[in-house]
Design a protein around this ligand. Sequence first.
Ligand code: AMP
Length: 236
Amino acid sequence: MAISEMNREEPCRSSPGNGPRALILFGAPGSGKGTQARLLSEALGIPHISTGDMLREHIQAGDAIGKGVSGTMGAGGLVSDQLVSQLVKERLAQGDCERGFILDGYPRTRTQAETLDHMLAERGVEPVVIPLIVDYNIVIARLSGRSQCVSCGALYNVTSKPSKAAGVCDLDGGKLIVRDDDRESVVRERLDAYQRKTKPWIEYFHQTGRRLEEIDASQLTPAELVARIQVTIERP
Ligand code: AMP
């Protein structure tokens, strides 16, 4: 769906007079975090910085960084704090981050959080930390009902977006399969892991006096959610 169609609540662009903003997004698998980061980036006119995307770009480019991280990433581990913080530091130094940025997937360790604190202090930016809260039953229904075309990658969902013929892609007739990581037991595991890893962050940001704005993302459309986040961050 085009962004223009999704933005039915018409969130306003932030005015250039606003100070720079740093948004730190957290969200469980299936919370819509990636979609939100992209929509917010469009609505606020500030870049979406995903450390996962940056690392994948290096892997695709086949450069030294990519070669160095591909094994760790393939095994689901975390790459070194030093490397990932250096990538973020270099990215934040680019001109398009002057008005602000949206961080997605960083920080992920305490060292990264402390490094980020320094980077933000140097820039004089006070972040808003936004954990997207989702009802696990809704996410499990969303993700475990999902299937994907083996040839073109189109996504379907048994309840919200079924294909016309069961198991067959509407676009190219390809076979629809359920990805291994979308099976219910795996989805539950991913959600539990997220819960375990994220709670300490909420605590960390709380203790360091950061502004925390938990938003219930369970029942909202992408456009409603982006509008809700905008209203929340505009509040003094
Ligand atoms: P993501 O797309 O955010 O799920 O990240 C994909 C993979 O990239 C992770 O499983 C890690 O291997 C690596 N990665 C991304 N961000 C970080 C980070 N902040 N610290 C360490 N590893 C990361």
